[in-house]
Design a protein around this ligand. Structure first.
Ligand code: ZN
Length: 298
């Protein structure tokens, strides 16, 4: 399916990490993985997110190109690249209704009409100045820690504001899954993709993945890691994971292993590994005890 990319960078962001080149690379990469042929990428450079889409030169060129060439899909890195103004959501809704267009962001997924109306409150929170600053900072922290952005993890930083909220979200995902809720429903309710939900469930041993594929990105390019024995490395996304996940639980017990975890993973994955330990302890009852015993034996 034909698509176009949209990139926006404001003046104060230019020095930071979301360079137009990085955004373009991510959009094209996302397109090729999701079956979209990105014909053209339009840019608004030095344009603040509070400037209406209606008057942005790059976005208006994009629209013109789409209407002339019957292109219906627009891909951007995140919703805040498209806009930081609630009024613009109405404009996006209008374009969806009038021209049958589809707006997809790598972080938040498709910006559907339903999403625009149903989650108005959440969008308002999202546009709240303070939260915006937080989301941005957190996204940068995560981006800095991760060499590649293939998981679209920025999304998490927009859904949860604090570590506690993150823990609650993960617990909800686990409990919903255990009570039999369908993955697509959990994905829909949390705003994450099914793939991400499965990855999270995999961390908690609740979802089995094909052992010849990377649990994070699904690539078959996995190999035994040369640097860390007992670990597998994905050559596609760079994810490194132990042969058995109990290795992670053990690593949390040691100060130097903890440092290694921070070196290997983005903060959100380290957090997931920490939550994993508490979940396993509470589920197994004597789990903590047996892990300790196991450590004593080894
Ligand atoms: Zn991978």
């Amino acid at each position: 399916m034909k698509a176009v990319g949209y990139i926006r960078v404001s003046t104060d962001e230019q020095a930071k990490r979301l360079s137009p080149e990085v955004q373009e690379e991510l959009i094209i990469d996302y397109g090729s993985r999701s079956g979209y042929e990105v014909l053209n990428v339009f840019r608004d450079i030095g344009v603040s997110g509070s400037i209406s889409l209606r008057i942005r030169p790059g976005f208006q060129q994009l629209l013109d190109f789409c209407l002339r060439n019957n292109v219906k899909v627009v891909i951007a890195l995140s919703l805040d690249r498209l806009t930081r103004e609630p009024d613009d959501l109405d404009y996006i809704a209008e374009l969806i209704q009038l021209h049958d267009m589809k707006f997809i962001t790598i972080y938040e997924g498709e910006i559907t009409l339903e999403k625009i109306s149903r989650t108005e409150t959440r969008f308002k929170t999202y546009f709240d100045k303070e939260y915006r600053a937080f989301a941005r900072e957190r996204t940068f922290t995560i981006m800095h820690a991760s060499k590649k952005l293939r998981f679209g993890i920025g999304k998490l930083s927009q859904i949860v504001k604090t570590d506690d909220e993150f823990t609650q979200l993960i617990n909800k995902i686990i409990n919903d899954f255990k009570s039999g809720k369908a993955i697509y429903k959990i994905a829909h309710e949390t705003g994450l993709t099914e793939k991400q939900i499965k990855f999270i469930l995999w961390i908690f041993d609740l979802w089995t993945v094909n052992p010849s594929k990377c649990p994070r990105c699904g690539s078959g390019k996995i190999e035994r890691d040369k640097e860390y024995r007992g670990f597998i490395r994905c050559r596609h996304c760079g994810f490194v994971y132990p042969l058995t996940k109990t290795t992670w639980d053990k690593m949390l017990q040691s100060e130097s292993d903890r440092l290694l975890l921070n070196k290997l993973y983005e903060p959100y994955i380290v957090k997931l590994i920490e939550i994993r330990q508490t979940v396993i302890n509470s589920t197994l009852g004597g789990g903590h005890h047996s892990i300790t015993q196991h450590l004593e034996k080894t």
